[in-house]
Unconditional design. Structure first.
Length: 594
């Protein structure tokens, strides 16, 4: 009976181990799940896979897109940005049905049947292009995917998304461990049965009263097969068999432990809320409105990509002196100043170029906190080829979702400029209203106040609010410059100076100390007229090149555009407004009209 129990125990152990192994083979769960949709019946030029669809299951998404004879474009970006870019266009909306666990598509009709080519938009985090797309991404919960060709042809018709599933088999460890334990018990029972059986086969006394004749003892040959009795009375052959059985135990122990203990997937895990271990559809969490700040307009990576594109356009425009090319990435005061330089350069090759964005790294990125348009971003670029070139400050603006970011203000930073107390790029800064009352000087009043200082120097009523230390622009175009230029004119001519606030609105981004960095523009106007009848005003240099007038009896008006970047402290601060950087150059020259 003992042998029967031992055998049954060993059979149970084998079954437990086999069942554990079956968890990783026969009963192993699938490693992934795939869902596909087709849009062959839709002529929409765009397809949008929502964030909830991308996160239908937890894990990294593997996406395959095909079904078009055009070059396919796919890009992912913030959901609000993609919605802004799509706007009122007709598109295919791909969502996730949690009931069936599959992707579904629906055509959303809009007022636009075609759209601009979405390739190269500044809004995308990353973009893929090709005849067939096959890529993976691990999208956060606020990321969506936009798919198109060129904006006029239908979007690709075949889309599939594959998600990894958890292949954890938490019963493997317990089953194999239980089988190991039962196997050890079975071995012990088997040894016990053998020992018990040997005891029963020991010598017994005869039940008769007398003793039989004692036969002569014959000497048994020493043989390996006959075996020798040990001190316990067990034959050596049986002992070797027992040893062989026991020797199997370490092998089984090692194999079982190696299989059952090498991975946490083989054991039950405590409920930790880790979504990556789940194999069921997941819902996208939402945050209640008002509980968080607006997101930054762009990321650090986007800012780097955008500036590379800007510099590329600037280089081409400079090479061909093309204001049209430049207009693809410049606007406002920055465009006006550089466009005038191109005109001057055609007749005056020695004309000094305005501030230029160098090829280099971004040492500062400050995006506006917003998910609407227009948007602004301030960056500082340091040349990667020259350590003596001053870094430049660039104020970028995006007017709408489909527009590229363009350089609105471009200044060279002063040597003493310190850009401190600024929030990180991952947080961004709030854009302040031009008439905000929380600053020492209102943003929309900065240009006019500083113009008065350039005209009247320390006698200006506003001089007490501005720090003159390190302000080199005052020497370039301030009162001393104006007086010296007037003194050089002949007695037959006179000069008048006026100022006008630029037409481009001020841009103010808040700092951590309740202050702001502010970009404004100013026009400094010089008008030279003759003082006597018949006298002429002669032009030279840049004024002559831009106006196309060599001499005039009426007079010449020259307008110099000035771009300014200030650091403005909050109301009540003991600090003063500091000029961080500037750029100034001739933007207009013409004969005085009478």
């Amino acid at each position: 009976m003992r042998f029967v129990i031992a055998v049954i125990t060993l059979v149970v152990a084998a079954l437990l181990v086999l069942l554990g192994l079956a968890q990783r083979t026969v009963f192993a769960p699938p490693s992934s799940v795939t869902s596909s949709v087709s849009t062959t019946k839709s002529d929409a030029t765009l397809t949008v896979i929502s964030a909830k669809a991308l996160k239908g299951y937890a894990g990294r998404e593997h996406i395959v897109i095909s079904g078009s004879d055009q070059t396919i474009m796919a890009a992912y970006g913030r959901t609000s940005d993609i919605k802004g870019w799509v706007g009122d266009a007709t598109y295919n909306s791909v969502t996730f049905d949690k009931t069936t666990g599959k992707l579904v598509t629906k055509k959303i009709s809009g007022s636009e049947t075609t759209v601009p080519n979405p390739h190269g938009s500044d809004l995308w985090y990353q973009e893929y292009r090709g005849s067939t797309l096959d890529f993976s991404l691990d999208a956060p919960s606020d990321i969506s995917l936009i798919i198109a060709t060129d904006g006029t042809h239908p979007a690709p018709s075949s889309i599939s998304v594959t998600w990894p599933l958890s292949t954890a088999t938490p019963l493997v460890g317990p089953l194999i461990s239980a089988g190991l334990l039962v196997f050890l018990i079975g071995i012990l029972l088997f040894v016990w049965a053998i020992l018990h059986h040997r005891r029963l086969r020991g010598p017994r006394r005869s039940s008769g009263g007398g003793r039989g004749p004692k036969l002569p003892r014959s000497e048994r040959p020493r043989s390996v097969r006959s075996g020798r009795r040990t001190a316990l009375g067990i034959e050596s052959g049986s002992k070797r068999r027992t040893r062989r059985i026991i020797a199997v135990v370490p092998v089984v122990v090692v194999a079982s432990v190696a299989l059952a203990g090498c991975s946490p997937d083989y054991w039950p895990q405590p409920a930790s809320g880790d979504a990556s271990s789940q194999a069921t559809p997941t819902a996208t969490a939402t945050t209640a409105p008002g509980n968080q700040l607006q997101p930054p307009a762009i990321t650090q990576t986007q800012a780097t990509d955008i500036m590379q594109r800007v510099v590329s356009v600037e280089n081409v425009a400079d090479k061909y002196s093309s204001a049209r090319v430049l207009g693809g990435r410049f606007e406002g005061p920055a465009l006006a100043q550089r466009s005038a330089y191109y005109t001057i350069k055609k007749t005056d090759k020695t004309a000094a170029a305005p501030v230029t964005i160098p090829e280099g790294k971004l040492t500062l990125t400050l995006p506006q906190q917003t998910d609407t348009w227009p948007r602004t971003v301030f960056v500082v670029v340091q040349s990667s080829t020259s350590t003596t070139t001053a870094p430049v400050g660039v104020m970028l603006k995006q007017d709408s979702a489909r527009d590229p970011y363009k350089v609105d203000y471009l200044v060279g930073l002063e040597a003493q400029a310190k850009l401190t107390n600024l929030p990180p790029a991952s947080l961004g800064a709030a854009r302040l209203a031009p008439d905000v009352k929380l600053l020492l000087v209102q943003p929309d009043a900065l240009a006019a106040d500083y113009a008065d200082i350039l005209k009247n120097a320390d006698a200006s009523d506003f001089a007490k609010y501005f720090d003159a230390t390190g302000d080199t622009l005052r020497d370039k175009i301030g009162r001393p410059y104006k007086l010296a230029k007037a003194a050089k004119l002949p007695s037959t001519a006179k000069i008048a100076y006026t100022s006008a606030v630029g037409s481009e609105p001020s841009i103010a981004l808040a700092t951590n100390d309740a202050g702001a960095i502010v970009s404004v523009s100013l026009n400094e106007i010089e008008t030279v007229t003759p003082t006597k009848a018949g006298a002429e005003v002669n032009t030279e240099g840049e004024v002559k090149s831009l106006s196309g007038v060599a001499k005039s009896t009426k007079g010449i008006t020259a307008t110099y555009g000035v771009q300014l970047l200030f650091s403005v402290p909050p109301v009540g601060s003991k600090d003063k407004v500091e000029l961080l950087g500037f750029s100034q150059g001739l933007i207009s020259a013409k004969e005085v009209s009478k």
